[in-house]
Design a binder for this molecule. Structure first.
Ligand code: NAD
Length: 250
């Protein structure tokens, strides 16, 4: 089994996903714009006995995305799973109300959270179809795409778009054995996330804790695995219960 993890060098969810796929026995291509992160992650995986290769490129480039897929197939013989991790709000776009949001910020949120996923999915699907035997796509989404996303409209709309994309891929390619699902994360403790803001939100979380990157990684590995072979077009929410709690605490 081989997996291409785009954003897999990250210190948070990306790295946890790369690690979890390797632990599940996959050969892992770690794609990242930051060469040090890609190489560090691969070093860690190979030290643990896994097969892994670093791929450096930018998700804003279609040719880099095509290259990620081609090089994964070249290294490992086939691609079984594409995972898209790159994304976010704070890192890319200022938090403002909708009427204050400029076109450039909207476009950036779309570009970093949805457009590249479409392009990566296209490249992966072409590889899946040409090699035969199906394949799986897992995209890291957010509860910001499930609920309202105050001060982050572009991010929320883009993450909501992932759910639609997964449904369409599911419907168009089910007959080819190709599945696509989303892991919709709630607050996950990562270096990129503002820890003070996160801690302040703990009382809103029924489970009483911020998630950890391994919570998201476990869901990603599950969705890609044969255990989820009858699941496609779904969003699996990993949020400690935030989206199911009513407005009145019990
Ligand atoms: N942390 C949270 O609370 C939270 C909540 C909901 C959803 N998410 C989602 O989780 C995902 C990962 O978030 P994270 O903060 O854990 O990040 P992460 O630590 O997994 O890092 C992501 C990686 O993406 C890489 N990257 C950034 N721009 C790139 C580009 N242009 N091309 C290629 N690689 C690039 C970075 O170098 C980094 O290594 C995002 O999609 C985010 O929206 C996070």
């Amino acid at each position: 089994m081989s997996a291409l993890v785009i954003g897999g060098g990250g210190e948070g969810i990306g790295r946890a996903i790369s690690r979890a796929f390797a632990a599940a026995g996959a050969a892992v291509a770690v794609a990242d714009v930051d060469p040090d992160r890609a190489h560090d992650a691969v070093h860690e995986l190979t030290e643990s006995g896994a097969r892994a290769v670093p791929l450096v490129g930018d998700v804003r480039s279609r040719s880099d995305l095509d290259g990620f897929v081609t090089r994964t197939v070249g290294e490992f013989g086939r691609l079984d799973t594409l995972v898209t991790v790159v994304g976010g709000q704070v890192a890319f776009v200022p938090a403002v109300r909708l009427h204050e949001m400029g076109d450039e910020d909207w476009d950036l949120a779309y570009e970093m959270n949805l457009r590249y996923v479409v392009r990566a999915a296209q490249a992966a699907i072409r590889a899946f179809l040409s090699q035969g035997g199906g394949g799986s796509i897992v995209s890291v989404g957010s509860v910001a795409g499930v609920m309202a996303a105050p001060m982050q409209a572009g991010y929320g709309a883009a993450k909501a778009g992932l759910a639609s994309l997964a449904k369409t891929v599911a419907a168009e390619y089910a007959g080819d054995g190709i599945r696509m699902n989303v892991v919709a994360c709630g607050a996950i403790a990562t270096a990129a996330a503002n820890s003070a803001r996160r801690t302040a939100r703990v009382p809103e979380i029924p489970m009483g804790r911020i998630g950890v990157p391994d919570d998201a990684a476990a869901a990603a590995v599950y969705l890609a695995s044969p255990l989820a072979s009858y699941m496609t077009g779904q969003s699996l929410v990993v949020d400690g219960g935030v989206t199911v709690r009513g407005p009145f605490p019990t």
